[in-house]
Design a protein around this ligand. Structure first.
Ligand SMILES: [Zn+2]
Length: 485
């Protein structure tokens, strides 16, 4: 249960890293880069606006009475979310307003009936839109009994395609709950969500473990578990709680993903912004998790969004001269100790979509994937283009056109410029890519094979998130806290 959620955090984190890679993937020479910058100044690029279609579902009785809301209120909800998501370049338009006639559901819809295998609302949804359901009450089950209600609840990516609201969520004076829920729908967690790192620590104020903890987003400050007593008159934090290092928290209570829906003393909603990295993560989630919302084809290469081990048949490494040669003197194995695996030709790679490629036919590989010993892995990228055997095939050929990359020595004093070119095969089922490459340095070419294997996700996650199990319970699976506001 926790696994699903942690997996998601991990994915977000990988995607964020990949986005960072993509934004500075200048494998061309400097003159091209300069040219691009000049052009950008002349003609500022218009940011892409994601227009999300929305299907609204109003709960009524079997005979079409007692609607949970009306078109005017739906228009107000749409106004709110469009205003709140404007800075994120995400906008919403009403595709259709439908009615959901079911007397039992009109009295109370059970949240759990729409999570997991047989989701009750799936058959009513428009699969190509965000589905907003308006109910009077949403019951929450704890220990097998429906004993509380929630204001609103959202499906995280991978859980389903809707957000459910009750009247207090779409009240005239509530401007933020739907925004907050859609944040979850696009994969965001609460700023005070309590993921812990491998040492069992929650997010530290200094940000040093921010990728694995808190909400998994680094530009939202660490936050203790929030409650009303910690908030001052103008949405400022007035608590004195400290983190594991003894540093005082300074959470941002104006973030839409704060779990507190509160107003300041002037009755202005505290929640009023997303952080830049939250926005980035939502955009990635739209493109990767919910491409159907923007009319883009489901990208089969989605399975390549993860971490890989690369096994390189050449073991030479970069011939740097400004550092001591690696000590290859081997010690005799001590009896009883396991002999260490030879890692000398194993590298590490991130593989992710090429977000500049609208046709979903290529992915970017980054890091020191040839295990050359480059210390600037983040700057090394190459685009792999995939050609399936036929349109339905999970297998096909893959190619890297000649691509230059700079390899930096540990001291940073020496740069070697390589050219890589490769062709090979891929298999989406096994997520294995096999490449025959030619690597050229100063006019000298050498050939080799590069085997790209996925690291075992679960193994990796268990290692990273050890100790977390049990803290989150059912909520991880369901994607929403019972008292969400
Ligand atoms: Zn929430």
């Amino acid at each position: 249960m926790t696994m699903k959620r942690t997996k998601h955090v991990l994915k977000l984190m990988l995607l964020c890293m990949a986005m960072a890679v993509i934004t500075n993937c200048n494998s061309d020479d400097d003159s091209t880069v300069e040219e691009e910058i000049v052009n950008e100044e002349e003609q500022p690029e218009t940011p892409r606006i994601f227009m999300i279609p929305v299907t609204h579902h109003i709960s009524r009785t079997d005979d079409g009475n007692n609607p949970a809301t009306d078109a005017a209120r739906i228009a107000k909800v749409m106004e709110d979310i469009n205003r709140n998501y404007l800075d994120a370049n995400i906008q919403f338009r009403t595709e259709e307003i439908r009615f959901l006639d079911n007397t039992a559901w009109n009295e109370q819809f059970e949240k759990d009936d729409d999570f997991g295998e047989d989701r009750a609302l799936l058959e009513f949804e428009d699969p190509n839109t965000l589905n907003l359901f308006y109910f009077f009450r949403i019951g929450d089950t704890e220990e097998g009994e429906v004993n509380s209600t929630v204001t609103a609840t959202a499906h995280f990516p991978g859980e389903g395609n809707n957000v459910k609201l009750t009247p207090s969520a779409f009240a005239l004076d509530n401007f933020t709950t739907t925004t907050h829920e859609i944040g979850h729908y696009f994969g965001l967690f609460h700023i005070d969500d309590d993921f812990v790192d491998d040492q069992g620590r929650t997010e530290l104020v200094d940000g040093s473990n921010c990728i694995l903890t808190g909400d998994g987003i680094c530009d939202t400050p660490a936050s203790p578990v929030l409650d009303d007593t910690l908030v001052g008159d103008d949405c400022n934090y007035i608590g004195t709680l400290t983190d594991a290092n003894g540093e005082q928290y300074t959470p941002d209570l104006t973030n839409y993903m704060s779990s507190l829906s509160i107003d300041d003393s002037f009755r202005i909603a505290c929640r009023r912004n997303f952080s830049p990295q939250q926005i980035e993560a939502m955009v990635v989630s739209i493109r990767v998790d919910r491409p159907y919302l923007i009319g883009e084809p489901f990208c089969q290469f989605i399975d390549f969004v993860t971490e890989y081990e690369t096994i390189n048949s050449n073991t030479g490494g970069a011939p740097f001269t400004d550092q001591a040669p690696v000590d290859i003197e081997e010690e005799a194995p001590i009896a009883g100790e396991e002999e260490e695996e030879d890692m000398s030709n194993i590298g590490f790679a991130f593989i992710d979509f090429d977000f500049n490629n609208e046709n979903c036919e290529s992915v970017i590989i980054s890091q020191d994937f040839l295990n050359l010993g480059c210390f600037n892995g983040d700057d090394i990228t190459a685009v792999m283009t995939f050609t399936p055997e036929n349109p339905e095939s999970n297998q096909g050929t893959v190619a890297i056109v000649p691509t230059n990359f700079d390899c930096l020595s540990e001291s940073g004093a020496q740069t070697l410029t390589y050219t890589i070119e490769a062709t090979g095969t891929y298999d989406i089922e096994t997520r294995i890519i096999n490449l025959n490459y030619t690597l050229t340095l100063n006019g000298t070419a050498e050939t080799g094979t590069l085997l790209i294997n996925p690291l075992d996700d679960d193994e990796f996650i268990e290692e990273e998130f050890e100790g977390e199990e049990g803290e989150e319970g059912e909520e991880g699976e369901e994607g929403e806290e019972g008292e969400d506001l």
